[in-house]
Design a protein around this ligand. Structure first.
Ligand code: SF4
Length: 354
């Protein structure tokens, strides 16, 4: 795998990305706006995987879809390669990068036409792009089936004849058809059991090494993104609350939400009692909490958290977190249920060595 944090060739640049949805006005009530993504910024380098993790409703899939133009951004900038795909010339710019960017869906069954043979489904992007002879097209289908580890005879069969893991391989083969450079993988293993998850993640790692691909790998579970990611960003209520190189995030998490997600990862030690999931529900994005949006669930919240929005601050090279506890001048009140990150990080380090 490519070493962490030394990848200078940036191919994806996201700045202050926002997505709001206007909800239908009910009779006698004011119009309401749901702010699904708030001020999201990150870069992805060539050959790099950025893991994007958060609970359902955190805005991670919406972010991924804006990156490939599946839904338009409300504001902010997305630059893919040398093209600005947001703003006035978004459609023309998207058309120019279309072949270089692909998307792998969570539900491969839903993204495959049940009446289309697998070979034709894989070749569909090739057919849309045009310019290939029938013979070339057939050779490319066989090459793609080989690449994702499926027998060539699969090309004549239909989606219902395959398992979930095989269907996800077909989805990946289809995404590779036009030789992309950047792929958004939107929870590609969430619907699979654990052994199949590992197979698909390993396949994506192999493909990255073979073709120099870059990924935005979206998941709701920090365990899933650990093996594939060079860096990990954690989203909560539409915003990134922590981003760090993989080793730093798993060993020394700096945000209480990340710490709780890590504590909830199962481990093979029977003496270990699994920590409870993050307590409470993700707040409504129609009326998010004031101050830090995590304060309604945070075990360390104190008065300032209810009033002041914490900003992402650099704490180490490549490691940023948005929490008042990380600021040197913050003195938690004596009454707060406060616990520093250090002992949590130490226990996680022990655990990850298991
Ligand atoms: Fe918890 Fe306050 Fe930090 Fe938010 S700012 S994560 S509420 S301690």
């Amino acid at each position: 795998m490519t070493p962490d944090a030394t990848l200078p060739d940036t191919i994806v640049t996201v700045r202050d990305l926002e997505k709001t949805f206007a909800l239908k006005r009910q009779a006698g009530t004011p119009a309401r706006t749901l702010r699904a993504v708030r001020q999201v910024s990150f870069d992805i380098a060539r050959g790099e995987t950025l893991g994007l993790v958060g609970e359902s409703g955190s805005g991670k899939s919406t972010t991924g879809r804006m990156l490939v133009g599946l839904i338009p951004a409300t504001s902010g900038r997305v630059r893919l390669f040398d093209e600005e795909i947001t703003g006035t010339n978004a459609q023309q710019a998207l058309a120019r990068v279309r072949k270089r960017v692909q998307f792998v869906f969570q539900d491969p069954q839903g993204s495959l036409n049940p009446r289309m043979r697998i070979g034709d489904a894989i070749a569909e992007p090739i057919d849309v792009a045009g310019g290939r002879t029938r013979h070339d097209r057939q050779l490319r289908i066989q090459e793609l089936l080989d690449t994702v580890g499926l027998p060539r005879s699969c090309g004549d069969r239909f989606p219902h004849e395959f398992s979930g893991g095989q269907r996800q391989r077909i989805g990946i083969a289809r995404a590779l058809a036009l030789k992309p450079e950047f792929i958004v993988c939107d929870e590609p293993v969430s619907a699979l059991d654990v052994s199949l998850q590992a197979q698909v993640v390993n396949l994506l790692i192999d493909l990255q090494e073979a073709f120099g691909l870059s990924y935005l790998f979206i998941a709701h579970d920090l365990a899933v993104v650990r093996n594939i990611s060079h860096r990990v960003a954690v989203m909560y209520a539409g915003a990134i609350v922590e981003v760090a190189p993989r080793a730093a995030l798993y060993a020394t998490p700096k945000h209480p939400y990340t710490q709780t997600l890590l504590e909830a990862i199962p481990r093979p030690d029977p003496r270990h009692r699994l920590a409870a999931n993050v307590r409470g529900e993700l707040p409504s994005l129609l009326s998010p909490p004031t101050g830090c949006t995590f304060h309604t669930r945070c075990p360390h919240a104190f008065e300032r958290c209810r009033n002041e929005v914490p900003q992402l601050k650099a704490l180490a090279p490549g490691h940023e977190a948005a929490c008042h506890l990380n600021e040197p001048m913050t003195a938690p009140p004596a009454t707060a249920s406060f616990m520093t990150a250090a002992p949590i990080a130490a226990s996680l380090e022990d655990r990850l060595r298991d």
